[in-house]
Design a protein around this ligand. Structure first.
Ligand code: F6R
Length: 364
C-alpha cells in the first residue's frame, strides 16, 4: 500500500535512499568496498563499442550512462530510443555490446531493438527491474535494479536505481579497460557509497520544492536546462512535469539555448537550471545569466558554492549537497521528481495514473 504517503509516486520517491542502497550492495564487495560485476559471458575489456537503447525515462538513464562510459571507461557509445533504433538498420561492430534498459522488461520497441542487435551478433546486456520478464529472458546477461515494484506510472525509483547500476557498470568497465587510476576509482566508489545518505539530504528539500511548485503550477510552459550529465536530468525533469502535471515542458542542453529556444524566454516561463558545481559550472552559469537578462525567472539547483556564486542572478535557489560530480545526476533527479509531484498535486491531476499513459507499453 501507500503507507503514510498520499500517492504511490511520493512513497516511491521516498524509498530511493533504501533501494539505491540495496542496488549498490549487490555490486559492492563487502570486504574491500570495491565495485564488481557478476561474471558476464563476454569480456568488457574487449568491447569496441556500446550501443545503448531504451524508451522514455529509461532512455534518459542510458543518456547519463553514455556520458559516464565515454568519460570514465573511454569506450565509444552510441545511443538511441528504441522506436527509432529498431528500424534504422544500423550497422553494428563485430563483438559490440548492446545495452538495454527497461523497468518492466516488456517494452515492445526495446524488445524488438534487442532482437535486432542479437541478429547483428552483439552481446546483449540488460538493466531490468522485473527479473521475470521477456527482455531479461532474451538477454545474454542481466544487471538487476532492486527498486522493488514500481506502481506509480511516472518512473522514479526505477530511474535512480538504473543510474546506480549503470554507474557501477561504467566503473567496472573503466577498471577492466585500464582507463582510470586506482585513486580515481576509489574516489568514485566512495562517492557512490555515499549516495543513499546524500539522497536523504536531498529529500529534506521536499517542503521547499512544494512551495516552489506553486510558481511552476501557474506556468503554461517550463524550460529545464543542464550540461553534461545534468542535460539528461533536465530532459527527465521536463518529462516528469509533462506527464503528471500536463504543463508543457522542454529540456535543453544549456549551451543550445542561444540557437533557438532563448526566444521563448519571458517572465511567464520558469527556467529550472541544474548546475552542480562541476567542470561545466561556469558555462552553465553564463547561460543562466543570459536567460535572466531576458527576464527569465530562474530556479537554480546547485550546491553551496554554486548557489553562493549565483544567488543575485536568479529568482529561487535550492542548495543540494556537495558531491563528486560523477554521482550528481543520481541526486539531482530527486528534486525533478518532487517538483513535478507537488506541481501535479497543486493542479489536482491524477498523479499515479496520468491520462493516456500506461505503466508498461507493449504496443508499438
Ligand atoms: C516515464 C516512464 C516511461 C518509461 C518508458 C519505458 O516516467 O515511466 O517513459 O520509462 O515507457 O518503460 P520501461 O522502462 O518499462 O521499458
Amino acid at each position: 500500500g501507500k503507507g503514510e504517503h498520499r500517492h504511490f509516486m511520493l512513497k516511491e520517491i521516498y524509498e530511493q535512499p533504501q533501494v539505491i542502497g540495496d542496488t549498490l550492495n549487490a555490486f559492492v564487495q563487502a570486504t574491500t568496498g570495491r565495485i564488481t560485476l557478476p561474471d558476464l559471458p563476454f569480456d568488457i575489456a574487449a568491447i569496441p563499442r556500446v550501443t545503448v537503447v531504451a524508451c522514455g525515462t529509461a532512455f534518459y538513464a542510458g543518456m547519463v550512462a553514455k556520458y559516464w562510459l565515454e568519460q570514465v571507461a573511454r569506450v565509444p557509445v552510441e545511443l538511441d530510443i528504441a522506436s527509432e533504433f529498431r528500424y534504422r538498420e544500423a550497422p553494428m561492430p563485430e563483438g559490440g555490446l548492446a545495452l538495454f534498459i527497461s523497468q518492466s522488461g516488456e517494452t515492445l520497441d526495446t524488445l524488438e531493438a534487442l532482437r535486432y542487435a542479437k541478429r547483428q551478433g552483439q552481446h546483449i546486456l540488460s538493466v531490468i527491474n522485473v527479473g521475470e520478464s521477456t527482455i531479461a529472458r532474451e538477454s545474454h546477461a542481466v544487471l538487476g535494479t532492486l527498486a522493488g515494484p514500481e506502481i506509480g506510472v511516472a518512473s522514479t525509483k526505477a530511474f535512480t536505481t538504473q543510474l546506480t547500476v549503470l554507474a557501477c557498470f561504467a566503473l567496472a568497465m573503466a577498471r577492466a579497460r585500464g582507463a582510470i587510476t586506482a585513486e580515481q576509482e576509489a574516489a568514485i566508489s566512495a562517492a557512490l557509497r555515499e549516495v543513499p545518505a546524500r539522497a536523504v539530504d536531498v529529500l529534506n528539500h521536499d517542503e521547499r520544492l512544494r512551495v516552489l511548485a506553486h510558481e511552476v503550477s501557474e506556468a503554461r510552459d517550463a524550460l529545464y536546462l543542464g550540461r553534461g550529465t545534468s542535460y539528461p536530468i533536465a530532459l527527465e525533469g521536463a518529462l516528469k512535469l509533462k506527464e503528471i502535471s500536463y504543463i508543457h515542458a522542454e529540456g535543453y542542453a544549456a549551451g543550445e539555448m542561444k540557437h533557438g529556444p532563448i526566444a521563448l524566454i519571458d517572465e511567464d516561463v520558469p527556467i529550472i537550471a541544474l548546475a552542480p558545481n562541476d567542470a561545466l559550472f561556469e558555462k552553465t552559469a553564463s547561460n543562466i545569466m543570459e536567460a535572466a537578462a531576458r527576464g527569465g525567472k530562474v530556479l537554480l539547483l546547485s550546491d553551496a558554492p554554486g548557489v553562493e556564486r549565483m544567488r543575485d542572478k536568479v529568482r529561487w535557489t535550492v542548495t543540494l549537497p556537495t558531491v563528486h560530480p560523477f554521482v550528481s545526476p543520481i541526486l539531482y533527479a530527486i528534486p525533478m521528481q518532487l517538483l513535478a509531484y507537488h506541481t501535479a498535486v497543486i493542479k489536482g491531476t491524477d498523479v499515479d495514473q496520468p491520462r493516456n499513459l500506461a505503466k508498461s507499453v507493449t504496443v508499438e
